[in-house]
Design a protein around this ligand. Structure first.
Ligand SMILES: *Cc1c(COP(=O)(O)O)cnc(C)c1O
Length: 385
């Protein structure tokens, strides 16, 4: 185990990491003891129902329907909203590709919209310029846990009779004007993937106030069935296994605590980086009164060109799991580029962000010493260029 490289004396700091304790293990074992690993019932198994009602309480929303991924949540939400071939769906290109793929899965066409440099969420002016006769839906993505401009987006959507489906996969616990993200649009989608704020490895959920949509979603996650082999609408197997629901259920119970620790780490990191920000032209994440972050990621941007990748490499060599979300942006991936090459109009802020942002870890298991280490590593990297 001995090493001459000083960096190896430190543990690597992951960008995100599941926090599993005794309670999660106990709940998983209880599922195994009961031998009820899943349920084909429309209402789902016992842990699925527990998870849904805990999330309904936390989010203050009428219905939560659990599914087996965030991608499944988006796909099911779009299907329940009637999105289909011939429709256009507006969404940012600066997101995880699942947002766009779920649109493709319905047969509809994704239309990419630019983001704002300020917080990397969808730009309402850009939305207005891309609305057509065919536009049926807008998917704002609360990237990094930054709430999108929901009032302005909802107003444009209302004027054009367009539905709003929130991609809240990164924003569980973020609050927009006293409302949880994912409960502002007609449907909100969450992910419980391993890197997310709350995780069961894989998993997801949809939130809605609408009784009819909730009922449809429960059919869609179960091959459109209600009482056995009676498919009434198109659906798939999107059911969340009981083992996963057991983990997610316990994680909801400790969500407030996890979010508190993220905020604490983010505050410490801000204090550490702030003295460098002016001198080195670093843009820090700006939380505002009406937009509270869950601190899923702590994302900074280097205003100078050609700096980000060098800093990233240096910090990685110090075993700090800094990560770029996302390069390339979706519209520049090979599949989407081929598909939309003719339209290639500029998404200039998306391209800028993709070349300048860097996300730092602030998850609940990051320690105060590790925050200091991150500050030092960043400072050393900046000083060396
Ligand atoms: C994680 C994520 C998804 C997809 O969730 P999965 O659970 O991985 O399917 C969708 N959109 C965004 C913005 C995400 O971060």
């Amino acid at each position: 185990m001995s090493s001459f490289n000083i960096h190896n004396t430190y543990d690597a700091i992951a960008i995100n990491k599941p926090w599993i304790e005794e309670e999660e293990k106990r709940e998983v074992l209880s599922v195994l003891d009961e031998e009820a690993l899943t349920s084909p019932a429309k209402e789902g198994g016992k842990r699925v129902r527990d998870l849904e009602s805990l999330l309904e309480d936390y989010l203050k929303v009428k219905h939560v329907v659990a599914v087996n991924s965030g991608t499944a949540a988006l796909h099911a939400a779009l299907l329940s909203a009637g999105i289909q071939h011939g429709d256009e769906v507006l969404l940012p290109s600066f997101t995880f590709v699942a947002t766009a793929n779920s649109v493709i899965a319905t047969g509809a066409k994704p239309v990419f919209v630019d983001v704002k440099k300020e917080d990397y969420t969808i730009d309402v002016q850009s939305i207005k310029s891309k609305i057509s006769e065919k536009t049926k839906c807008i998917i704002p993505v609360h990237l990094y846990g930054h709430p999108s401009d929901m009032d302005e987006i909802s107003e444009v959507a209302r004027q054009h009779s367009i539905k709003v489906i929130e991609d809240a996969c990164q924003s569980l616990g973020s609050v927009y004007k006293h409302k949880q993200t994912g409960t502002v649009g007609c449907l909100g989608c969450f992910s419980f993937y391993a890197s997310k704020v709350l995780t069961s490895g894989e998993g997801g959920a949809i939130a809605t106030e609408d009784d009819i949509l909730a009922d449809k979603l429960k059919m869609i996650r179960n091959h459109g069935m209600v009482e056995g082999y009676d498919t009434r609408v198109f659906g798939l197997n999107l059911r969340l296994p009981e083992l996963s629901a057991a983990i997610a259920k316990i994680q909801v119970i400790k969500l407030e605590k996890m979010l508190y620790l993220r905020r604490k780490n983010a505050d410490m990191l801000t204090k550490t980086i702030l003295p460098l920000a002016d001198r080195y032209k670093i843009k820090l994440p700006q939380e505002r009164d009406e937009k509270n972050f869950n601190w899923y990621l702590y994302t900074i941007a280097f205003e100078s060109d050609n700096e980000r990748d060098k800093i990233k490499a240096k910090m990685l060599s110090d075993k700090i799991g800094v990560t770029v979300y996302y390069k390339p942006p979706v519209h520049r991936t090979p599949y989407y580029e081929k598909m939309f090459s003719k339209e290639g109009d500029a998404l200039s802020n998306t391209d800028w962000a993709s070349d300048h942002v860097l996300s730092l870890p602030v998850h609940p298991l990051v320690t105060e010493r590790e925050i200091d280490r991150m500050g030092e590593s960043l400072k050393n990297a900046l000083d060396s260029f």
